[in-house]
Design a binder for this molecule. Sequence first.
Ligand code: COS
Length: 386
Amino acid sequence: MSLDAESFDILLPTLQRFVNERLVPAENHLEEHDEVPADLIEAMKEMGLFGLTVPEEYGGIGLSVSQEVLVNYELGRTAPAFRSVFGTNIGIGSQGILMDGTPEQKATYLPKVASGELIMSFALTEPDAGTDAASLKTRAELDGDHYVLNGTKRFITNAPRAGAFTLMARTGGPGAGGVSSFIVPAGSPGLKLGKNDKKMGQRGTKTCDVILENVRVPAANIIGGVPGQGFKTAMKVLDRGRLNISAVSCGLASRILDESRRYARDRKQFGKAIGEFQLIQAMLADSQAELLAGWSLVKDVAQRFDGKPAHASDPDISMRVSCAKLFATEMVGRVADRGVQIHGGAGYINEYPVERFYRDARLLRLYEGTTQVQQLIIGRELLRQD
Ligand code: COS
């Protein structure tokens, strides 16, 4: 699946212009009001951003993974909250249906996802099951042709905007094999949202608890129709999601580097631009080298992803995705830190974007699997391979 090259060559510059002309100028508003303006959300819908990864047969644009990382790089060049409006929709929120859903589930949900009519969100994490996702406790008990769900999901991105959740719950015994993925409509009786989390950064993104009290969901809403496959679906979804976070990290690093270069040229000390000092050049150089290394890795993994059979899992590619997530998210942390350092005291006040990018970047190393989870996946796979 991919968009034809000619159409993609139009889409990418259009998106670049949208980021530069509409999103970047709205960053301060976003930071101040903790809200993405409604007119920008409408513009995103019109551009088809809600359907980027949904196949054309379901009304989407059908980007390949290699194309998707290029798009995410551009979106990474501005505040992450803008991408978050549709990011879970085309990403972790709906990919489970796309990868493992029945034909009926795809036909019912994907066209609404593609048009932006339905926002989907991914609900895996729980108060006592973060990194150890397979230990999740939310129960789904069979009652006739329905399941009854009870439990709490935590830090669920886009939950306040969601019309439905891809939600993992336990239908069987302990461990990964007892987990199923459900499509749970947000309006289901017994489903409540907690209050919005107050985060360190990424203002404008909405996360909260999703609380399930005797929520009845048709058994037909198990993704793929077969219980016990939900953990694998979640891991496959996260493989693609993690690569996208890596691309966003590279985009954000490039923006921070641009801000730092500009400041180094403008700011004068000791009678000359600080960029003329070699210690400043060294910081810029380290950031540039690390950014190029990270971005090359992301593009390489994306190509391999496109090369494997669609929606099949491949432990070697999962391992490479984890390498990309580990390197790119740690890299942008270092680039953001140098960005603040180059700005000196000015980097610590909110007049310059590097101050908020420093806070925004911190989450990239945590969500969709911490750096330590990526190390675990890489280490295990290396020991498994011949
Ligand atoms: N694709 C397909 N299947 C996968 C997979 C992948 N990427 N990763 C694991 N699986 C399968 C395994 O093959 C195994 O199947 P079998 O039982 O048939 O052998 C099953 O899933 C369980 O895998 P594993 O034994 O590796 O599970 P663990 O409990 O050891 O968990 C980690 C592994 C820690 C890597 C996993 O729980 C994880 O990624 N945790 C972080 C969760 C996360 O990212 N949360 C963020 C939430 S979204 S913001």
